[in-house]
Design a protein around this ligand. Structure first.
Ligand SMILES: C[S@@+](CC[C@H](N)C(=O)[O-])C[C@H]1O[C@@H](n2cnc3c(N)ncnc32)[C@H](O)[C@@H]1O
Length: 375
């Protein structure tokens, strides 16, 4: 069904929002004030999603995307405007989304590079259709041989596996449909050590941040904040800590907890513990560690996957940390998980780290400290 739209604003996941009395429609790759035509592909109780077909009155902020696949591919969301505008839309979307929180300024940490930063890409394949690429909104595979957000070494390998459908050889003995992942072992730091894995779990070998340059910036920022806020001898639990990335530069004794025990970086102050933090008994298991000589935490670093940590309040009620740093990959899980704890914890600052420029994603980081009445 075709509809005429006029966009009001951009939401936290990069979609243009068009409001009418009967329905709210979300349309990607549009800009505030733009008028045009879109095709509705999903509709449920006054909420619908549409794909852009024509912009009849473009915004002055619209520009030609750098990537030739942008119109078809679902991987990027902001290449139709400048990076300055992307930054503004992301910041405004978060502020609008946090309307129930105390008025607090949001500090935005921009990326130096908007393109050529990702050190990995995961592609879907279908052998029968001889197609390899990223999914579009209809779950069809769109070939992306010239993807512009991956780093040059991954881009080089990507073009090589597309040339004469070379990828078909890689999946010869594999199921008819599946996925490939190309990843730079040098973490986009200028090397050419790109590996391809076929039908292995995503981030095979353990989670690492896809944007090494911005990850470095984030790590330094967390280190600086920890030095300012966390007393020297305080114990830190780095929950959803992966390989200890965020707490690696701390001086505090730190327990890194993650379900998928990865290769820890050698670092004297960190200990590693493998635990499913979504397990209903996770808190009990953490408490039991005391008997094994792990002191209870005074501060928490919490960096969950997109699904967030719905029972954050249970962790806080049990450990009563003096404070915690919450790092959310989704603004929606940030507000959902932390809104209910504001009686006991004060939100001191909110930052955005743009680890995923050109796309809808960004990291939202809140620092919370315990209120004096929450003994
Ligand atoms: C956003 S990453 C953050 C990792 C780490 N803080 C970093 O900066 O590299 C989320 C982490 O959660 C871990 N994870 C996913 N599900 C989990 C679970 N159920 N219990 C514990 N950890 C989990 C993943 O292995 C991953 O390391």
């Amino acid at each position: 069904m075709k509809i005429d739209f006029k966009i009001e604003h951009i939401d936290p996941i990069g979609q243009g929002v068009f409001k009418e009395e009967a329905a709210v429609t979300f349309i990607k790759k549009t800009l505030p004030g733009e008028v045009g035509v879109a095709d509705v592909f999903s509709k449920k109780k006054g909420v619908q999603f549409a794909v852009l077909t024509e912009v009849t009155a473009p915004s002055a902020d619209r520009k030609t995307p750098d990537c030739p696949h942008y119109a078809q591919c679902n991987g990027c969301d902001y290449q139709h405007t400048t990076y300055e505008k992307e930054v503004e839309f992301k910041k405004n979307a978060l502020k609008r989304h946090m309307f129930k929180f105390p008025e607090i300024d949001v500090t935005f940490h921009k990326a130096k590079r908007r393109l050529g930063y990702r050190n990995r890409i995961q592609l879907h394949y279908d052998k029968k259709k001889r197609v390899l690429g990223l999914m579009n909104y209809k779950n069809e595979i769109v070939p992306v041989p010239d993807c512009k957000i991956i780093d040059p070494s991954v881009a080089y390998e990507l073009r090589a596996i597309y040339t004469n459908n070379a990828w078909l050889r890689l999946v010869e003995k594999e199921p008819a449909k599946g996925h490939l992942e190309l990843y730079s072992k040098d973490n986009n730091l200028g090397g050419h050590n790109v590996k391809v894995s076929v039908n292995r779990p995503y981030a095979n070998g353990g989670f690492t941040q896809v944007n090494s340059e911005m990850n470095e910036k984030l790590r330094h920022w967390v280190e600086k904040k920890a030095a300012e806020l966390i007393p020297h001898k305080a114990v830190v639990y780095d929950l959803f800590g992966g390989n200890g990335n965020l707490s690696v530069k701390f001086r505090n004794p730190t327990l890194v907890v993650d379900k998928y025990r990865t290769t820890p970086q050698p670092s004297g102050h960190q200990k590693f513990y493998s635990l499913d933090l979504y397990d209903p008994n996770a808190i009990k298991k953490l408490i039991a560690l005391k008997a094994e000589g792990y002191p209870r935490p005074n501060w928490l670093i919490i960096d969950p996957p997109r699904s967030g940590l719905k029972n954050l309040n249970e962790f806080l009620n049990e450990f009563k940390p003096d404070g915690f740093i919450f790092i959310a990959c989704e603004a929606t899980s940030f507000t959902r998980d932390t809104l209910g704890i504001l009686n006991n914890y004060e939100l001191k600052s909110v930052e955005i780290f743009d680890l995923f420029p050109s796309t809808q994603h960004f990291e939202t980081i809140g620092i919370f400290t315990r209120r004096p009445n929450n003994a």
